[in-house]
Design a protein around this ligand. Sequence first.
Ligand code: ADP
Length: 386
Amino acid sequence: MSRADLSAPLLSIFEKVKLEYLKAKKSGDLELARRKALECAKILRLLAENSPGLRDLYLEKASRWIRTARSLKQESGAEKPRIPPLSDNNLKIGLEDLIAKTRVKWNDIGGLWEAKRLIMETIVIAGLKRPESIKPWKGILLFGPPGTGKTLLASAAAGSLNATFFNVSIDKVLSKYFGESSKLISALYSLAREKAPSIVFLDEIDALTLSRRRETSDALRRALSSLLIQLDGLKIGGNEPLVLTIAATNAPWDLDKAILSRFPRRIYVPLPDRRASKEIIRICTRGLDISKLRLDDLAAKCVEKLYSGRDISNLCQQAIWNMVRDVNRDLYRLAELPYEKIRSMRLKVRPLLMEDFEDAFRKIRSPLTKKDIEAYERWNEKYGEY
Ligand code: ADP
């Protein structure tokens, strides 16, 4: 599951604001047209930040819109240009695009039995009728090394509830929406309530840490307090719509107390052990013949190399490609055929062999060390759920 890329929502906001500009210009409202042109410039700057490959193009376009706004100012004799904030309505349109479709099911996740059980339990308690003093959790914190299945768990939770899934990278929101982040967070929760049941997945929640930063901006403080207000204000159960926040971090030790205290349910999502590694290999090779593989040996090697679920998935992809290339030697030549003809042909496959994995193991390296893992384990002992 990929993280929320903000360029698609920003582009749709841009198109909308551009239309508003054209309309204003046509109707002769030059002051409104000037403000819309500045808004277009602002969105293009955000796009530039969001798309490194197209940065210069977007910045160049942004300067053109600034020039347009300047010329309109001269025509209308308006006040000093000021880049106006994105309107609430536009934020909401952008947010609609943060809604991710998820078809992930619990059995697409290898291992993590305890984490799955705790999340399922949280969802069930939120839904059941219960005595007033039993309060359901409003949020869950998932912590652990990168690529271990935190996003998958949140997606599966949403999938199992048939809930609206908001997949939000806090780091990206902060860098792309700048001063608008706090507004975006409130708008996000109001949309989540509207579209309940909802799962709001806040990835890289540590980006909201104030205490470890040398510099903290007002925008960051406002964003944090906006999130805390939303979390404190959420009511779950009874006739309230279910809005569950699942936050994730690879750096739990960075979190401020203010955030930690809102997430008393903290679940460790560790690297897969042998049994889990075997399950992940099975999931990643579905539909292929794996009867010739020594799964125990492969799993043991994954554990020894400190592989995450993502590493194992990459390993399997690599091994599958080795097999595909082996039995479809001149695959690229087919590119000369008409596409319809290609569609009618079938890719050749053979059973996966241990040799297919050998070169894949050489290529895939975990960025983690034993020390990193110990740090997660220590944090888990001190602050974790179990
Ligand atoms: P995280 O959010 O912890 O960084 P993700 O959930 O995004 O990690 O996992 C990245 C990818 O790695 C997934 O899309 C999936 O292909 C694979 N993966 C990771 N963990 C598992 C797992 N436990 N079971 C199956 N696949 C996994």
